[in-house]
Write a protein that binds this ligand. Sequence first.
Ligand SMILES: Cc1cc2nc3c(=O)[nH]c(=O)nc-3n(C[C@H](O)[C@H](O)[C@H](O)COP(=O)(O)O)c2cc1C
Length: 221
Amino acid sequence: MPITDAMRARHVVRQYLSTPLPDDVVAALRSRIEDNNRAHGTDIRLVTGDARVFGPLWGTVRARSVRNCLVMSGPDAPDLDERLGYGGADLMLAAQDLGLNTWWIGGTFSKRAAARVSGATGRIVAVVALGYGATQGAAHASKRPEEVSSYEGQAPDWFTRGVEAALLAPTAFGKQAFTLSGRGGEVTLRCEDSAYAGQDRGLVKYHFEVGAGRDNFTWAR
Ligand SMILES: Cc1cc2nc3c(=O)[nH]c(=O)nc-3n(C[C@H](O)[C@H](O)[C@H](O)COP(=O)(O)O)c2cc1C
């Protein structure tokens, strides 16, 4: 599977236009959200129109331009962050394909406000702002493939493509604090310990799979 146009075009956008989401775009998003919730046991919710998810502390001018968001939640479990990262990557790329821009927010939002606007009852891990951006954003500064990956012997094309895709994933603070190592048909993903490691892990995992092709390898346990 090739690295998608959406992966190359997606960049964090923190300022939005007031243009409302058209009904067909909302319907497409809701259907994709349902698929992800079913597949990953999560409770991701779409809030449109007046998504006030920033408390007074984070209510900067640009944050106030956010009108729509996904509230990333689910029944608490040790791997909830990773499952939300994985499903969230799918939804961010689907949103990009629908002509929207996105912003993954793991820290600078109010959990209480997000619970209030979405009605989510599980643990809220992050919110993803979405809408028509004031800009399309810009490519993040990136590490080089050899800084985040290694393969025992000659790396196959699928591994190289997977790493390239993984480097396009959003990560906390843009740190790309992960490594991918391959051996035969097995790949190990490690993320540096942090409060955001689980979310990063899911986001990077999804991108690597799309780049490498899910049938070409297995994840090491
Ligand atoms: C797990 C995670 C948490 C994040 N938390 C915040 C945040 O609290 N505030 C913020 O402004 N951006 C946040 N971001 C956005 C990142 O800063 C941004 O995705 C990163 O710089 C990479 O840029 P890109 O999205 O254009 O690839 C977060 C991203 C991730 C993946």
